[in-house]
Design a protein around this ligand. Structure first.
Ligand SMILES: Cc1cc2nc3c(=O)[nH]c(=O)nc-3n(C[C@H](O)[C@H](O)[C@H](O)COP(=O)(O)OP(=O)(O)OC[C@H]3O[C@@H](n4cnc5c(N)ncnc54)[C@H](O)[C@@H]3O)c2cc1C
Length: 595
């Protein structure tokens, strides 16, 4: 059965009408930490309500320090009792299980109440904040002081401690680059210690402790709990943004040079539509007129009912293998987003480009976090309490020197299967952002383009998705053929296979980890696996490749009963992907019938 095109269209139209009606109220996301009795016997998950392996993590207790003294005492208590411990944040945005202490007896130290801006020095252009302060707060408080953090992630719900944990970034090849940790001048971090230091030590890291600073700027949370961060800011500035849609025939050639030409450039790619949207975004004089605001549509509060309709449509399209429906939906959604300027306005309306505005209003957004409890009438689209978006996110950065080859490989796959990537276009395509080489030991090793690919995830872990093989092949081409570095805070488990070997300074990071936390209290099985200290990033069992828990090596890792078998990739033959083979599955059925 194929979903009629009209109903596909309707679903997306409903979504947009409802998004627009949604206004700026939304039910705030649930606390990722839930305890059965006050602050003990707790579980923790992420903002999507699901980790890559679908497990829920446990902790015996959570502590919410309000001050650095309380934080020190929390770390000391874990250290004294040799208890596994992790820093956790208000929203827990990372996909992998970074935030889980091993076992059930661990301690969570939440930075929810460490949410104060401590000092803004206008002369020195610096800002010191507690580690649980959100990006939104940093951006708005800087602007009030006439200052700006020039390049930031696009979602303002992240905390400074959490985004440094995974090396989160925006997009630029200019200045010191797009990662926030490049603008960190000083870090106060609380680490475990021996009895002579009262079981916890505050380390004040600045440029005179370069090696320790390089480790702590991207730490995966395994060094201790960051208490405070001092950021280097610039005078507030204005920028002018225009989105330009082009066909993607020269995308491979354009990509590297485009990032050098425009300071805040990024590109959104719709490969099945053979289109790319170039963000031409540059600094302009503060006297340029314009009161622009970028309130990105997909980050706005959305009516739960609309999200349910869209999800149901997606599920039906998957169940009926309705690639056409996905492509129609993708075209509609991308045309609508483009028509409404993706959420850009000038003085409240969008009448065309360029949109000029102050940097604090043009970079990050996330109004679906705004809290006025409306009983889940509206929510962030991925809120797990409603039947809304449910997806995998694959994100890796590919060096500029080979990015053209990667683009061409994806284009070859699209030539073979033109409709294969419509599904990810309904999630607004592949976002490509510029990232730069970093001195942080776990930061990027060279200038690169970061690819963010979001695609359907079934509620049933054993259900293959439409064009499963093409998506898996792209993932493996990016990560293994071109040595892409996985975003530490996104991705399915297989992305971290051998990842640490791609970091030339990993040994230096591990040395600092050994010095700060020799007992590995802030480490877990998962962080040890990510850091190459233990085996087991991937696990093999029936259907494991469908969820990215393994790369298939035999048919049972796919879904042979549903016609999906482990096969080489179509253009990257080293890849092993779950490919639909109707003929083979029919033969197997016939043999079974004969028996
Ligand atoms: C809607 C959305 C949009 C996103 N947009 C972007 C983007 O534009 N760019 C980008 O690069 N990424 C983006 N991400 C990914 C995100 O940046 C990372 O996952 C980030 O690390 C999450 O920050 P958090 O504050 O939620 O921290 P968490 O996910 O809770 O924690 C991340 C890690 O940091 C550790 N940690 C947290 N606080 C501290 C502390 N005080 N001291 C020591 N360790 C600590 C935790 O233990 C954990 O290991 C996005 C994610 C979502 C959900």
């Amino acid at each position: 059965m194929t979903m009629p095109i009209s109903s596909t269209k309707n679903s997306f139209l409903i979504l947009f009408v409802f998004m627009i009606c949604g206004g700026v109220i939304a039910t705030p996301p649930e606390d990722p930490i839930q305890c059965s009795s006050k602050n003990t016997d707790c579980t923790i998950t992420n903002t999507y309500g699901v980790f890559p392996d679908r497990s829920i993590c446990h902790a015996a207790e959570v502590i919410y320090p309000n001050t650095e003294e309380e934080l020190i005492s929390a770390v000391a208590s874990a250290s004294k009792n040799k208890r596994k411990v992790k820093a956790a944040t208000r929203f827990s945005h990372s996909i992998p299980k970074l935030v889980c202490p091993d076992g059930e007896k661990g301690l969570l130290i939440s930075t929810k109440n460490l949410n104060k801006v401590l000092k803004i020095d206008k002369e020195a252009r610096t800002m010191t904040v507690q580690s649980g302060v959100s990006l939104r707060e940093i951006i708005s408080k800087s602007a009030e002081a006439g200052l700006a953090l020039p390049y930031t992630p696009y979602w303002w719900g992240l905390t400074i401690g959490g985004l440094m944990g995974t090396g989160a970034h925006g997009s630029t090849l200019w200045g010191k680059g797009s990662a926030v940790h490049e603008y960190v001048l000083q870090i106060r971090i609380v680490t475990p210690a021996g009895p002579e230091d009262g079981y916890a030590k505050v380390r004040n890291l600045d440029e005179s402790h370069q090696q320790h600073l390089n480790a702590a700027r991207v730490s995966l949370g395994v060094l201790g709990v960051i208490s405070q961060v001092t950021l280097n800011l610039e005078p507030l500035f204005k920028r002018s943004l225009t989105y330009l849609i082009k066909d993607d025939s020269d995308l491979g050639d354009e990509l590297a040079s485009f990032g050098r030409k425009h300071e805040f450039a990024d590109v959104t790619w719709y490969p099945s539509q053979q289109k790319a949207v170039y963000r031409i975004d540059d600094r302009v004089s503060v006297n340029t007129s314009g009161n622009g605001l970028y309130d990105f549509f997909p980050f706005r509060p959305t009516l739960s009912a609309a999200l349910t309709v869209v999800r149901a449509t997606e599920e039906l399209q998957e169940a009926t293998r309705d690639a056409n429906g996905k492509c129609v939906g993708a075209k509609l959604i991308t045309a609508t987003l483009s028509g409404i300027g993706y959420g850009l306005t000038d003085n409240g309306i969008f009448l065309g480009y360029p949109i000029v505005g102050f940097s604090n209003r043009m970079q990050a957004s996330g109004t679906c976090l705004d809290s006025r409890n409306d009983g889940l009438f509206t929510a962030c689209p991925w809120d797990s309490r409603i039947k809304g978006e449910f997806f995998h996110q694959t994100a890796f950065s590919i060096p500029l020197s080979v990015v053209k080859n990667f683009i061409e490989d994806v284009q070859k796959l699209v030539e073979l299967e033109p409709k294969s990537l419509c599904g990810l276009e309904t999630a607004n395509g592949i976002l490509m952002r510029y990232v730069t080489a970093s001195s942080a030991y776990l930061g990027k090793s060279e200038d690169a383009v970061d690819f963010d690919i979001t695609y359907y995830r079934s509620k049933d872990p054993l259900a293959p998705r439409l064009f499963q093989d093409i998506l898996e092949e792209i993932e493996q081409i990016g990560l293994f053929k071109y040595g892409g570095l996985p975003h530490w805070g996104k991705n399915r488990n297989l992305a971290f296979l051998g990842a640490i070997k791609k970091y030339h300074n990993a040994d230096k990071f591990l040395k600092v980890k050994e010095e700060y936390d020799p007992q590995g209290l802030f480490s877990s099985l998962w962080t040890d696996q990510m850091l190459g200290l233990k085996e087991g990033v991937t696990t093999f069992k029936d259907g494991c490749a469908l969820e990215g828990m393994c790369i298939c090596s035999q048919d049972s890792h796919c879904a042979p009963k549903k016609g999906y078998f482990c096969r080489p990739g179509r253009i990257y033959t080293e890849a092993r992907v779950c490919t639909r083979d109707v003929k083979k599955s029919k033969e197997a059925d016939d043999v079974k019938d004969e028996l």
